[in-house]
Structures are given as structure tokens and as C-alpha cells.
Design a protein around this ligand. Sequence first.
Ligand code: ZN
Length: 483
Amino acid sequence: MRTHPLFPSLVLLAALSVTAACSPGASGPSGAATASGDARPGSATPSPGGSVDPSKIKGLEIVNDSSEQSSCPFATSYPGVPGAEAMTAVMKKEVERRLADFRAGTCEGDAGSAESRELNISHQFLVASGDVLGVRLTTQDHSAAASGLSTRTYWYDGKTGAYATPLDLVAEGSRDAFVDALKDRLDGREGVDAASLDGLFSDPAARAAALHDMSFTTEGALRVAFDRGEVGAPAAGAYVVTLPRATVTPWLSGFGQRAQRQTVRPDSSLDLGASHVPEPSVPTHTASGDDDTDCKKAKCIALTFDDGPAMPETSTLLTYLARYKARATFFTVGQNVAAHPDLVRAASRAGMEIGNHSYSHPDLTKLTPEQVASQLNRTSAAIEAATTGRTPTLFRPPYGAINATVRGATRLSPVLWDVDTEDWKYRDADKVARTVIDKARRNDVVLMHDIHPTSVAAIPRILRTLTARGYHFVTVSHLRATL
Ligand code: ZN
């Protein structure tokens, strides 16, 4: 992260500013809408981009990685879109680098001093239509300098088959004029000094590093976001400059013009010329009526699967569960529900319970009540839309982290667990199966994650062995209702 030393007086001045201390992006990991950082008092809040329905992107895979352990709290996600492999590779590299740094510093060895650390990388589609794909990754890294909040936009041009940086939206010959316009709009704002601006854009490498978040508003304006501390005093927050459509359009590259057009008026579908698009296979099993297992008499176990849905893992898991007439509870993450509503619908139809596991998997105890409510409400809305109106009643807080603020921000009932397989850590089907078979007792709630193929691969053996021992697999609500 780029930071600039600033004079104390500037820091003080910036801290007093009421207009600039905002975070960029429509939604950070908290999922709460944040105000634009545009520092012009009274300026209209620019739209952060078009609204994309990710479930319409054929062959979409959300690449998730997460822990469920409060001593090593991380959750990362980025999309893999068929045809845009070059862009996926860039995001993958960046996410894996940040995650490796975080795990080395927090999760390994003596992590006693890392109490407040958490890494969260969430994704948002900016454009997914015609031959243009645009994605923003928002990283909340509490271990980082400055605010720890940073955003990056990634672009893919299906016409040329190339990954594009944010600066590629602007034609090479117009970049000086573009940068001058940015400097004009930043200069004079509270917390910004001219010297740091010159350094920020001094050469092509510095420009490319500084211009890491560029996207269009639905009105066609170009929105350029800077992380906290990049163009001014950290206390002043993040800055956003929005260049009006009429100003910026002449400066755009051919790709930039198409990205602008697809943001303002998207085509009905995305076509990046992928040579292979995987066909989703969603199980069609339908539960035969309500579960009549009486857990007062029968030996019950509630298997729970967090962090999905994921394709194809959740699909395979549903097939296994149906084979043993087992029910389970899925604590789904909202951004994955939005990508794969068909899997949530299939699970619900098969008699599974769908619970809420937040929208982007942050530690809810670090959020404001409004942010907690936003995380949970957005996810419940996505679940209701996917299941045509089945409202979840349960939630599982990420990392099992819960306090009075979180409880007070929702009517959902929290569910923790009795048996932790630590499957996110071991990625070993045999170990996951042995853990559940050895540790699970009557009426236990078992924690697993259906984003890992190894966890799904453990399920047939778990179901076969425990069914033979007389266990019944029920949902959490069923277990609670019959005890
Ligand atoms: Zn989780």
C-alpha cells in the first residue's frame, strides 16, 4: 500500500474535514452501502456501476477460500468466468499473495499478538455483458497499514482476448490530459498536497499503481477511487474523483468506450468467446414430505455446510445426501447465493434447510449494528429470491464470532456447532470422515464446508457408517423442534 508522509497540520486539517472521510465502493466487506468519497460538498453521489446478475453468467465459478477459526479469520473470493482466464489468473495471484502474507503473519506460529487481524476479500461485478467483463475486489485487511481497506478493479476485453488494467480504459495518447484532470480535481481538497500528487503520477509505473480502481457509473461518468492514505492524509479517508461523461469520453480507448457503453446500457448476455463453458448440473431430487424423525426417540445428527453454495461441490453433495435420504443445513454466503441461486433452490427442494452465513463472511463483531443488519438482510433476501420466498430463520456467524451487538441486530437465531471438523484447514477427505465418525454424538451439530471437494468426498463414508449405527440426519431446525 502506498502512503505519503504528511505534515501534522495537514493531518489535523484533514481529520477535521467532514467531506472526505468515506470509503470507496458501493459495498465493502461489510456489505453496507457507503457514501461516495467525492469531496465536493453538495455533489451528487455517483452511481458505482451497473447492477449485474451473476447467475446469468454461464459457467461462473466463485473461487472461495475461508477459515472458520477466530484465531485465523480469513475469507477470500474472486470470480472465474469462462473465457476470461487471463483476468482470473491476475486476481488469483493477487488474492493468493495477500492470503499467504496474512496466514504467515497471523495463523502460523505464535499468533498471540494478532488478535484484531482479519483478511476479507469480496468481489463485485461491475460489467458482465457483451464482450466486456469488469470486477472489483474489495480487501479489508486489518493487519495492513492505513485503513486496511483497498479496492482494485479488473477488466477483460473479450474482443481482443486480453486482460486490461484500469488505465487501459484510457487511450494512451490521452493519459496526460486525463491525469491532469484528476490532479485538478484532487488539488485543493482537504488533506491533499500538491507535492504528493506529482509523485503519485510521476511516471508510467507510478500511474499504473495509483490508478487501481476505475469504473463507470450508470450515467457513463468515469469513477476513479484512491485508497485511504494514497493521495492525502490517512485521516482524511479515501478519495473518489468522478469525471463526467462528456469530459472523459473523448479520452477513452476503444475498450474503454465499450466498457462505458456496457455499463450504461448492457447487452442481455456476456460472450467472451470461451472455448469451453461447463454446463451446470443441478440435482432435481424432491423431498417426500416433511421429516417425521422424532429426535427424542431416534439418534439424530445435524450436519451443517457453510460458505457455499459452490459449483460443482454443492451439487455433488446434494446427490450424496439424497442417496441416503439425509437432510442437512446449509449456511450460505450471500455473494455465492447470488451466483448460484439454482443450487440453493435445489437444496431447498430436496428438504435441506437454508441458513444465513452473512453476505461476504466478515467477523460480524467488528461491524456496526447497521453493517451487521446489511450483511444478514442482503443474504436473506438472496435466499428468499432463490427459493421463491422461503425465509431463513437461522444464521451462523462467521468464525463463530458473536456478541450482544450482533444478536441485537437481527431476529435470526444463531447456530454454532458441537463438532468442528476443521475441514478448511486439512483438506483431507479421510480425516474429515474419521473426525465426524469418531466425534459426533447424538444430537450434535457438525461443522463442515461444501466449498471443498475433500469435504464433499468424505460424505458418503460418513452417511454410510453413521446410518449403519442407527443415526438419522436432520436439519438444525428439526433437531431443535423435536428435542
Ligand atoms: Zn464460514
